[in-house]
Design a protein around this ligand. Structure first.
Ligand code: CMX
Ligand code: CO
Length: 146
């Protein structure tokens, strides 16, 4: 069951400048940052609020590490902006299989590594009314590596 908006993914050309915009304009601080080479991104997670399922909602600011990555290609075509939305679930395996069974393309056979030790998969935007949609199961708190 999808129980929260886990994050909104925002593509940017310069992560440091974009982080500074969100800090100076709204007061949001970086909760966590990392490089995910598999996804081809340098990212900063800004925690917005805790959620009633025990998780949280974030903004995920994304700078590509290479031009041929998903975010690099998208930025070249569209410029900066909202790249994807991510729903949180306790069971990304079960939920993605159930959604696949409804005829929506799930991009990975098995969930892959996401922010903060989470497990993630994506649904094809062409099957989701133009919205690239990610499903996330957060790591148990003990495994979260800040
Ligand atoms: N939102 C909506 N539509 C998108 C999109 C996005 N983010 N990215 C691509 N599309 C659309 C394109 O506009 C294009 O549409 P048209 O054919 O009408 O022009 C179509 O999808 C194909 O796009 P493309 O530029 O040819 O790109 P690819 O097919 O090579 O890749 C996708 C698209 C979704 C398969 C790829 O971006 C992907 O695998 N995404 C998942 C991984 C990812 O985004 N990682 C970065 C974030 C990591 C994280 O969140 O942790
Ligand atoms: Co994401």
């Amino acid at each position: 069951m999808l129980t929260r908006i886990d994050h909104i993914g925002i593509a940017c050309f310069d992560l440091d400048k974009t982080v500074e915009f969100y800090r100076a304009t709204y007061g949001f601080e970086v909760f966590h940052s990392e490089v995910n080479e598999e996804q081809g991104v340098r990212e900063a997670m800004l925690k917005i609020n805790e959620t009633s399922d025990g998780g949280a909602s974030y903004l995920q600011l994304l700078e590509p590490t290479r031009e041929d990555s998903a975010v690099g290609k998208w930025l070249a075509k569209n410029g900066e902006g909202v790249h994807h939305i991510a729903f949180g679930t306790a069971d990304v395996d079960g939920d993605s299989e159930a959604i696949r069974g409804k005829g929506v393309r799930v991009l990975y056979d098995e969930p892959r590594k996401g922010s903060m030790g989470s497990r993630i998969t994506f649904l094809h935007p062409k099957d989701c009314h133009g919205v690239l949609t990610e499903l996330v199961t957060a790591a148990p708190p003990s495994e979260t590596d800040h």
